[in-house]
Design a protein around this ligand. Structure first.
Ligand SMILES: C[S@@+](CC[C@H](N)C(=O)[O-])C[C@H]1O[C@@H](n2cnc3c(N)ncnc32)[C@H](O)[C@@H]1O
Length: 225
């Protein structure tokens, strides 16, 4: 179930209905902000949730093969309930299928228990939230749009920034300096807007990206030529 990007009003009617219906809600914990995010959205829903909320660990590590046991353990825990006939929801920040932790759960579930019926309730993604809060239209006419993460190798970042009219760069926090260097080199800094915690109470939008300090985990960059 997609929870949207922070504003509790940006959750779909369907998502809300399902969260009130299921007896059990799983919430991923992959980085320090995950749980506070899921809990704050769940607490802000009108009315009292009757579901039990269970946290599942998804550590963030570069070596993805070491994550397989965590994913299998999480899916085992989910399966323990599903196999008893209990419907479960798995909540995900933004949209579950847009860089979401749920993708790992989904793939592991498909592999280990293909008989499980999965329904994905889309959520407002950071991409759309950031476009709306900055008033920057994302795609217009024949414009070429790319969505990437700053984790990609430098040459790919450079190539994408050169080729596309609009580039949205996610997961900025670890590689901010590198992104800044490439934008400077391509003379694109003035085309960028930094968006932090879009639609949350602490939302920040910064036009002069040289002024950005302490890049937050919930941040992205929109480059529009
Ligand atoms: C693991 S991805 C999850 C994306 C999420 N599923 C979505 O639909 O937007 C996490 C990255 O999404 C971006 N992000 C998520 N929420 C954001 C927000 N409210 N404001 C700005 N960027 C956000 C950041 O780049 C963050 O590092």
């Amino acid at each position: 179930v997609g929870l949207g990007t922070g504003d509790p009003e940006l959750i779909t009617v369907k998502a809300k209905r399902i969260l009130f219906q299921v007896p059990l809600i799983f919430a991923p914990r992959s980085h320090e902000h995950d749980l506070s995010f899921a809990h704050s959205i769940l607490h802000s829903l009108d009315g009292q949730l009757s579901a039990k909320v269970v946290e599942l660990d998804f550590p963030m590590q570069k070596d993805t093969s070491s994550l397989i046991p965590y994913r299998e353990k999480a899916v085992q825990e989910i399966w323990d309930h599903l196999s008893q006939g209990e419907d479960c929801a798995f909540v995900n920040e933004g949209d579950p299928f847009f860089y979401g932790t749920f993708i790992h759960v989904f793939e592991t579930l498909r592999r280990l228990h293909p008989e499980v019926r999965v329904e994905v309730i889309p959520g407002i993604s950071s991409l759309h939230a950031a476009s709306a809060c900055t008033l920057i239209p994302l795609a217009h006419g024949d414009e070429k749009v790319a969505v990437i993460t700053s984790v990609l190798p430098e040459e790919i970042l450079r190539e994408v920034l050169k080729k596309f009219d609009i580039v949205i760069i996610l997961k900025l926090s670890s590689f901010w300096d590198r992104v800044l260097n490439i934008l400077g080199e391509l003379d694109l800094m003035s085309k960028c807007t930094y968006v932090e915690r879009s639609t949350m109470r602490e939302e920040r939008i910064i036009q002069d990206i040289t002024k950005v300090k302490d890049v937050d985990y919930f941040s992205l960059l929109i480059m529009k030529k």
